[in-house]
Design a protein around this ligand. Structure first.
Ligand SMILES: NC(=O)NCCC[C@H](N)C(=O)O
Length: 403
């Protein structure tokens, strides 16, 4: 018997998670396209898969049910409506022109669900397009390795494309063009997979950017939303209005973060490692502030602050004080380990987190503070600039009774 999806904290015991085992889409990365596709180098794909398999194994060994995105997508695409919608979302007439678009769509309408899932994730190059009658200027003028359908190498970071808030799922509105089509796949999964199709949506039909890496359920009823390179003020405000209207939370903390690649999401700067504790980039510790948003009368919004993030968060969570694990790192080590996702941990339970093994100093300080760190290899996975929290979308966590 599977539990119905529900997440209301960052650290409640994790029971079910959605991961994406990286595949052929990573083989599309070249030195010519890696910047645009948001990777900092070209990963060794076999090793990335081994690292990911080990990550999944660590989770399973702690009793977590691991759902793999390609498998759940394939199940969803077995529904003919999902199959047709998946093709519509991938085949772009503006890029291909009507003739090529029609021929690709009709080819894909004849493939099985697993093949379509593969195509939707890995993309299609012009040389891979099915043969068609007659000449095509579009085909002739594109390089054979140009993408007719873009690959989605960042699907690996399942945190960003959807997020469960209580018993509702919010499909993100991703900011970067290289990631926008991910939402179409998540939309199909949650609409057509038998396990999810009855789940209510949060934040439906909004277009202002919100990415899951910026969204943190600090405690039941308290949501923090980073605002920076990815999530815009308009996105945070729309999300807040939506979750207030659905009575999912009582407070949203809007947290400005530097608009830089190193700090692309709030979870690159800090993550929760216990019900009252964060691991946090030391240079952000004193500067992080929050605006406090609460529902006003008649659908209006109250906005207070800004004030120091830790004060605002403690007050909203109803705890006296929040702890920041004192990593005490020198600025250079802190900067290096922050870049390598040292602060991007995935909590499996209060005081138990998964982190990249390479962040030796941060992990040692966490252990000193009594946090159990399950260290995983991530030399290849990290080339996309994301750590264990980025690579996981919790679908069910046991609820957390605050002290
Ligand atoms: N939550 C996260 O920080 N996710 C990492 C996303 C990395 C991906 N290459 C991106 O740039 O979107």
């Amino acid at each position: 018997m599977t539990s119905r999806p529900r997440v209301d904290s960052e650290v409640g015991p994790l029971r079910t998670v959605l991961l994406h085992r990286p595949g052929e889409e990573l083989k599309r990365l070249t030195p010519r396209n890696n910047d645009q596709l948001l990777f900092d180098s070209i990963p060794w794909v076999d090793r990335a898969q081994q690292e990911h398999d080990s990550f999944a194994e660590v989770l399973r060994s702690r009793g977590v049910e691991v759902l793999l995105l390609a498998e759940v997508l394939t199940t969803a695409l077995a529904d003919s409506r999902a199959h047709a919608a998946g093709i519509r979302a991938a085949v772009d007439g503006r890029r291909l022109g009507d003739n090529l678009a029609d021929s690709l769509s009709s080819h894909l309408s004849g493939v099985d669900a697993a093949t379509l899932a593969h195509v939707l994730i890995s993309g299609v190059t012009f040389e891979e397009l099915p043969a068609a009658e007659g000449a095509s200027l579009v085909r002739k003028m594109h390089h054979p390795h140009d993408f007719a359908v873009d690959p989605l190498p960042n699907l690996l970071f399942t945190r960003d494309s959807s997020v469960w808030i209580g018993d509702r799922v919010a499909i993100s509105s991703l900011a970067m063009p290289a990631r926008r089509r991910e939402t179409a796949l998540l939309d199909l999964i949650y609409a057509y997979h038998p396990r999810f199709r009855h789940a209510a949506r949060a934040y439906g039909a909004h277009s202002a950017p919100v990415e899951g890496g910026d969204v943190m359920l600090l405690a039941p009823g308290v949501l923090a939303v980073g605002i920076g390179e990815r999530t815009s003020p308009a996105g945070a405000e729309s999300l807040a209005r939506s979750v207030f209207a659905d009575h999912l939370v009582h407070t949203v903390l809007a947290v400005p973060i530097a608009q830089a690649r190193a700090t692309m999401h709030l979870d690159t700067v800090c993550t929760m490692v216990d019900r009252d504790a964060f691991v946090m980039y030391p240079l952000a510790r004193d500067s992080l502030v929050a605006y406090t948003l609460r529902p006003g009368h008649d659908g209006s919004l109250r906005v207070d602050g800004p004030e120091p993030f830790l004060h605002a968060a403690a007050e909203a969570m109803g705890v006296e004080k929040l702890r920041v694990i004192d990593t005490g790192l020198d600025p250079v080590t802190a900067e290096r380990e922050q870049w390598d996702d040292g602060n991007n941990t995935l909590a499996l339970a209060p005081g138990v987190v998964v982190g990249y093994e390479r962040n030796v100093e941060t992990n040692a300080r966490l252990e000193d503070a009594g946090i159990e760190v399950l260290a995983i290899a991530g030399s290849e996975l990290g080339s996309g600039r994301g750590g264990p929290r980025c690579m996981s979308c919790p679908i069910f966590r046991d609820s957390l009774d605050l002290p």
